[in-house]
Design a protein around this ligand. Structure first.
Ligand SMILES: [Zn+2]
Length: 176
């Protein structure tokens, strides 16, 4: 797993929480971090942010539906769909944030499979505590240090650790 530069990671976390640094959609009204979540039923706000290989950040929030099951979409898949539908398919990292302090939120099974489609198995997935100081103008001193303090705020796993022995596009013949 290649760790992100702490400054980039902090911006990606901010994108997951509130969308301020979503570079692909610089107009804040167009971005969807956790603070934009549509969660009138569960009141469980989630935000996700993807980093592309060329340094763009694309975020998303959960969007619930009155049908509960069929129509709701998670933040991770919102971000993936936004990215792919904007011409981006090469993602190298993902951040997930919510209102959960600890243990941090983690992607559901469906989202893990969708991430598997577009991220390498070695890609880091960062799961962030709601207590992370994402709106701080300065980086937390523990960021990138892999110490106890950082691990209380950020759970970091590769996609392969989250989805072992997975089935992915590389196991199918390529078409078109
Ligand atoms: Zn999900």
């Amino acid at each position: 797993m290649t760790d992100l530069d702490p400054e980039i990671l902090h911006k990606l976390i901010q994108a997951a929480f509130e969308g301020t640094f979503c570079l692909i959609y610089p107009n804040k009204a167009d971005v969807t971090g956790r603070d934009q979540a549509y969660a009138p039923y569960s009141h469980f706000r989630v935000g996700a942010a993807l980093l592309t290989r060329d340094g763009m950040m694309i975020n998303g929030c959960n969007v619930e539906n009155a049908s509960y099951v069929g129509g709701a979409i998670c933040a991770e898949r919102t971000a993936v769909v936004k990215g792919v539908s904007s011409g981006h398919r090469d993602f190298v990292a993902c951040v997930v944030a919510s209102d959960v302090p600890s243990p941090s939120i983690s992607p559901c099974g469906i989202c893990r499979q969708v991430l598997r489609e577009f991220l390498p198995l070695s890609a880091p997935i960062y799961m962030i505590s709601s207590t992370y100081p994402y709106n701080s103008p300065t980086l937390p001193s523990y960021l990138g240090k892999d110490n106890v303090e950082e691990r209380q705020m950020i759970v970091k796993m590769t996609l392969e650790e989250l989805l072992p022995m997975s089935f992915g596009p590389d196991q199918l013949p390529q078409s078109g």
